[in-house]
Design a protein around this ligand. Structure first.
Ligand code: HEC
Ligand code: HEC
Length: 171
């Protein structure tokens, strides 16, 4: 377990505790309504990535900080995921180019640029975000701490039924 993974673990266990104490479990009230962020429960991450990947007391997990480290080297496990999620695996070199203006709108700027669906130059987020957050069973902190919740990234307009991917400026 590297230092980065340990801070991620600590941060998300703390976040989970806050989420649990902030919500009343429906089951104890005899109700069968599942707690779904934004639908039947408070949405703690309305802006998606940037609300969860923050510079908090457990360390700096901002996307701009991760990306800055990736200009030197992307961790091997993440490189494997990026290759597997890519149309052209050979384009994944294990480094991320420096991105000056990306942090004003994450992940929209990434999606509009290199990480769009079907992209041949970089892993599409429509695949990579899922292998990063939803694969690997209980060892994956996103599955362990957030039950693999889709709604922290995907937001439903309850009136129109349209989905959008949450996006916003980094905090
Ligand atoms: C509610 C919290 C949460 C949200 C929202 C979230 N993440 Fe994550 N993210 C995590 C957790 C937890 C991990 C660690 C997963 C693991 O155990 O490998 C992680 C890991 C990652 C990693 C891999 C880091 C590494 O070094 O392996 C990337 C990249 C990433 N997230 C990007 C994003 C992006 C981009 C978004 C928005 C589309 C996003 N995340 C939304 C919690 C979140
Ligand atoms: C960490 C953030 C994150 C989580 C969690 C997440 N997604 Fe996604 N998902 C994304 C992003 C980013 C895209 C790409 C959106 C785009 O390209 O416009 C996406 C795209 C999709 C797509 C479109 C796929 C395609 O090929 O176009 C589907 C379907 C989807 N997600 C389903 C889910 C489901 C079901 C869950 C929960 C089990 C989930 N997602 C959890 C971030 C996430």
């Amino acid at each position: 377990m590297g230092p980065m993974r340990r801070t991620v673990t600590l941060m998300f266990v703390a976040a989970l505790a806050a989420a649990v104490t902030g919500q009343t479990p429906a089951a104890s009230q005899g109700s069968a309504v599942r707690q779904i962020p934004g639908l039947t429960a408070k949405d703690l991450y309305p802006n998606g990535c940037v609300d969860c990947h923050v510079d908090g007391k457990h360390g700096n997990l901002r996307m701009s900080t991760l990306m800055a480290s990736w200009t030197t080297a992307v961790p091997a496990a993440l490189v494997e995921k990026a290759k597997a999620a890519s149309v052209t695996a050979s384009k994944v070199k294990g480094k991320h180019p420096p991105m000056a203006n990306v942090k004003t709108n994450i992940p929209q700027t990434c999606l509009a640029g290199c990480h769009k669906r079907g992209s041949a130059i970089a892993p599409p987020f429509a695949q990579l975000m899922h292998t990063v957050h939803l694969a690997g069973g209980a060892k994956n902190q996103y599955l362990a701490a957030f039950q693999g919740e889709c709604m922290h990234c995907h937001k439903l307009n309850q009136k129109t039924g349209a989905w959008k991917t949450a996006s916003g400026p980094e905090k």
